[in-house]
Design a protein around this ligand. Sequence first.
Ligand SMILES: C[S@@+](CC[C@H](N)C(=O)[O-])C[C@H]1O[C@@H](n2cnc3c(N)ncnc32)[C@H](O)[C@@H]1O
Length: 197
Amino acid sequence: MIPFKNLTKQMVIPKNIYFKLRPLILPVNEILSFIPKRANILDLGCGKGLLLENLKHYTSYTGVDLSTPELETNMTNINFIKGDCVNYINKELEDYDTFLLIDLLHHIKPNQQLIFVQKLLNRMKRNDILIIKDIYPKNILTKFWNAFHDLIISKQLIYYFDFNELFKTISNNSIIIDKFHKRIFLYDHFFLVIKRN
Ligand SMILES: C[S@@+](CC[C@H](N)C(=O)[O-])C[C@H]1O[C@@H](n2cnc3c(N)ncnc32)[C@H](O)[C@@H]1O
């Protein structure tokens, strides 16, 4: 019998298997297509560093996550930091020009989500880019499936981010570069790319 404490633990999937499986449901190429060639990237909620694994052109990469990835690197332009993204964005952000929120928002408490994104946007410099990709179910089946997926994999209840609330508050210091929906199997992805002006 599986001990109860193991049922509540996050499922640990080896990195090489995760890197093969996750792109089957995550539109990695769409995300990469919005990242400028010489980007200084801050990947908030970077997970195991899947984006870095797929990046070809960039100047620097910093990933922040509650559970730091096991990544050995001697590269001075790559950093992984163990930390809470909600606090991390209060730090100095001058060195970054491209901010990624890839499937992070649904892990943040509902009463913090909008404030977190607004604060990040306010702290970004002119021409900086924010790329948000999150799960945004379009019907009851995909809503249930995604919640079930995270309950099994992350052992977490998820909180869907209300993009419409964000649209209402985007001020004239930001431009929406693109926004679109893409479904892969039962995963409803929503993309939002914003540039500070
Ligand atoms: C669904 S995974 C996405 C990982 C990665 N962005 C990717 O697409 O492969 C969500 C990640 O967010 C992290 N996370 C959740 N809440 C966080 C927080 N408040 N601060 C930092 N990381 C957080 C989790 O540890 C997890 O690695």
